[in-house]
Every structure is written in C-alpha cells, then in structure tokens.
Design a protein around this ligand. Sequence first.
Ligand code: HEC
Ligand code: HEC
Length: 210
Amino acid sequence: MKHHFLSLVFIVFGSGAFAADGEKSAEQIAAAEALANAPAEGSISTEDGLAAWDKVFDVFSHPRCANCHVDDGVPMWSGSHYGETRPHGMYVGGDPDLTMGQIGQQCNTCHMDGNSPVLHGPPGNAIWQLAPAEFAWFGVSSRDVCEQVKDPSRNGDRTLFEIAEHIEHDALVHWGWTPGPGREPAPGSLSQTVRDVLIWGAAGAPCPTE
Ligand code: HEC
Ligand code: HEC
C-alpha cells in the first residue's frame, strides 16, 4: 500500500532534476574562493559594511530563504509564483519542534531529492526541512535579523565566518538560487552572498539602527 502511494506521488509530481552528487557548480567554486580570500578584520569601513548587510538582508528576506525560516512550524508560500502570501497548503506543519514535519506527514513525503519539473510541483533537496524556530526571519526587520544572525546564542553558535561557510556549503541555501520552475530565485548569487557576509563581518558586523 505504502509502495503504491509513493509511486503515485512520483507519477503526479515527476522525478525532478536531480543535481549531480559531489559535483560543484561554478557558483559553488566561486563561493569557496570567496571564503579562501576573506577580507581581514577591520579592513572594511562601517559604511561599506552596512551596504554589504543590505544585500545580505535582500537575500535572507527573499521568499526563497524566508519561507523556511519561520517561528511557528508552518512553512510559508510567498512570492509571485504563489499568488498571495499564505501558510503552506495541505495543513503542513504546525509544531515548531518538528522541523521535518508531523508524524505521518513529513516534508519528504512530498519533497523529493530534486525539484519537480512540473509547475507547482514540490521543490526538493536531499533533506527538506524547516529551519529551527530560533532562526526565524519571515517578516522580521533588517535590524532585528542583523542582530540575530550575529548573536551566537541565536545563530547555532556560529562565528560570522562560519555563517559564510554555511552559505557556501549548505544544499538548502543553494536551492534558493535553483528553485525550480516558476519560482524566482533569490537575488544576487551564492558567491556574492558569501562575499557580502564576509565584508559585513570584516567591518565589525554593523546593523541598521532602525
Ligand atoms: C527548505 C528550507 C530552507 C530554505 C529554503 C533555506 N533554509 Fe536556511 N536553514 C534551514 C535549516 C534546516 C537550517 C538549520 C541548519 C543548521 O543549523 O545546520 C538553516 C540555517 C540557516 C543559517 C544558519 C543559522 C542562522 O540563522 O544564521 C543561515 C545563515 C541560513 N539558513 C541561510 C539561508 C539562506 C541565505 C537561504 C536562501 C538562499 C536559506 N537559508 C534557505 C532551512 C532552510
Ligand atoms: C502533502 C505534500 C507536502 C508536504 C507534506 C510538504 N510540502 Fe512543502 N510544498 C508542497 C508543494 C506541492 C509545494 C509547491 C507549491 C507550489 O509551487 O505552488 C510546496 C512548497 C513548499 C515551499 C515553498 C518554497 C518556496 O519558497 O518557493 C516550502 C518552503 C515548503 N514547501 C516547505 C515544506 C516543509 C518544511 C515541509 C515539512 C514541514 C513541507 N513543505 C511539507 C507539498 C508538500
């Protein structure tokens, strides 16, 4: 029975464009180079640091990133592809502690290894799950996200270099620039975002005051 159900899901949603394992894209290579050439601490002005933060926030607050970074356990559907901003359909989620979904309806029941090639089919990745509620950014202001992301007690105990590293190697972050049919990708690029986090950090991680 279970087997039949899974086959059905597969037929309905299609098998998706699977990323080749272990192969780095040109963007991932450029992102790794950006990490290796991080600017020295104190070498960047506050003004340039704030300008870099603005670009980082444009990415973090974009639907392709923010839709998973929520505090109530319910992923969001937002961005032009979704028509209107609303909670994920099909009664998905609801418990902030269950980032992989509810028992019996986990995220990977529908979200497969790759993006469905079908418009409005589920996007996918090897592990599809919500960010922990403490990393929530959906609808949060630039100043507040800025303060949160540089606070080790609220960012998974990471230095800013480690935040840049997370962006450089995390497959869910990479998906933000390869989101599947109909969805607009996050602005800028993976490597530029890694660079901007490093520039912001080297300026002492200044945050907007309002
Ligand atoms: C499918 C859901 C999903 C999407 C889409 C997603 N994330 Fe996340 N994000 C997560 C999960 C899960 C974690 C926790 C992983 C960990 O701590 O190792 C996380 C953690 C993070 C962290 C580290 C914690 C923090 O708050 O500083 C950063 C930075 C981050 N994501 C950036 C992004 C960016 C940038 C994008 C878009 C380009 C993005 N994420 C898209 C699920 C997602
Ligand atoms: C019953 C099937 C199903 C389940 C279970 C499910 N999803 Fe989805 N999800 C979908 C479909 C289908 C779409 C695409 C909708 C569209 O494109 O109109 C989607 C889209 C999304 C998006 C939108 C991505 C974006 O920014 O464009 C996110 C985020 C998401 N799901 C997260 C989750 C998370 C996290 C879970 C588990 C807690 C989950 N989903 C469980 C079917 C499901």
